[in-house]
Design a protein around this ligand. Sequence first.
Ligand code: PEP
Ligand code: MG
Length: 580
Amino acid sequence: MSEIVLKGIPAAPGIAYGPSFILDKGEFIVPKRSISSSEIDSEIARFEEAVNKARQEIHVLKAKITQEMGAGQAQIFDAHLLVLQDTTLLGGVTTGIRETQSSAEYVFFTVIKKFVEAFAKMPDEYLRERASDVEDISKRVLRHLMDESKLHDLDSLQDDLIIVAHDLSPSDAVSMFNKKIKGFLTDIGGRTSHTAIIAKSLGVPAVLGLKDATLRINNQDYIIIDGQKGLVIINPSQATKELYIKEQNKITASLEKLDDLKNLPAQTLDGKNISILANLELPSEIPVVRKYGAEGVGLFRTEFLYMNRLDLPSEEEQYQAYSQVAQAVAPFGVTIRTLDIGGDKFISSVQIPRDMTPFLGNRAIRFCLERPDIFKTQMRAILRASVHGRIQMMYPMISGLGELRQANAILNQVKTSLKDEGIAFDENLKVGIMIEVPAAVMTAEDLARETNFFSIGTNDLIQYTLAVDRVNEKTAHLYEPAHPAVLKMIQKTIDAGHNEGIHVSLCGEMASDPLFAFLLLGMGIDELSMSAASILTVKRMIRSVKLQDAQRTAYEAMQLVTGQEIEEFIDVKLRKFLPV
Ligand code: PEP
Ligand code: MG
């Protein structure tokens, strides 16, 4: 078989090789589970009960839609009910359970898959489209047969595989934390999607936006991922394999060299200190944060505590998680960001209708202000944890003073109740905001007067400034961190913060690229927070340059007019300073 090379978006660095595992497009994973002969009858009963529950749900839904939108719109549910009465389907599953002695969900999944495939191949377009209805029904029944979180977690996967998927949600990616996954590839997605961010946290290479990887790669194909260049090599030749083994050895050697920097300060040659902190998705990443010598956690993305479960995390559970992180990073601090769901992050415990443009929809602070019950529970947990370490709190996606004041009003209510209950918390807890919406940049002076710090979220700021969806591979080439408009936004934010005497941090992916970090240093940023694995490379850059040179480069770069010119300019300048 000859070697095939695919090019995608480099999302997480590193090299991996091994067998591929194709995760079917958007499908659930239903692990095979054997049952004993004495369990056959109860398994069939379980299946029948699941079908009955699914039928009841469809009846309720049909009645609701009939009332709201008329009988015509509700007709589709009759077709769903017919599928759930189909004797070939129902009989096929019960016989299958008996004959193969496998679990109801596994047999149902296998049988319904054949139904979907049969519909998808129908010559009639109307019938072909019904394949997605059958898929919907299958999910409905599976939800009653399995714990929903199991449907989404990737528990059934073996270790040491390269996952290939059409799309991989951030919650799918995060469920790989306790698996030994070697890397992943997707057809869609962009460099700053949360799936890419999770890949970095997992320390595995990822290439996204490959467009048709799921069609080109077969299960168990031997593949190489080059996460730095965004390449995927299917069935590599012996020569290519050897080349990559050498490349990987080189990477390992240079990482070992960087290890010496772990306990040294991030200080420029002319004595300017920059704080370098880590971004964190789950408390289980703390050892990695320590391994790379982070000076604390600059962004704790708490929404991952809410994922892959059917209920909301309780106040107590959150309190434990926040206290654990605060204690683990001491003497450094942690900046806990309040819940940022919506966009590309969804949770099962709260249904947010999928907007046409989710990143512009009900997301982050907008969601929390609409659901003060959820917001208050989190605030109580953060406040209670604040006595166990250096904790700061920040709100995501603030677009103006009105929102900031609303959030702070809720915070004050929470503080008052804690006081009434005699529960201790840090009365001087610093509360900051993420600057990631152009409207916040334009009102940064006002915002700076009513907040304790800014943290610039360039992942979003770039997408909102340039109107380029951060998860869309088709527009990925337009997603330019060095676009002059983006740089002016960043500069304005830094200046507004400093004029009001507040600290300005930056926690988007831009911070983890030494080239952009050099520019940001020159623009006056106080702190950079990034995926832990990038810390030492950025520290190496900071220790090799002078603040003065960074300032001059930033000034000159800002006179240029395109993102490409700016990037090339900084690259040339920085090369002069970096050790080879
Ligand atoms: C950002 O937008 O830059 C950021 C750090 O937050 P998130 O990536 O979680 O949206
Ligand atoms: Mg953001």
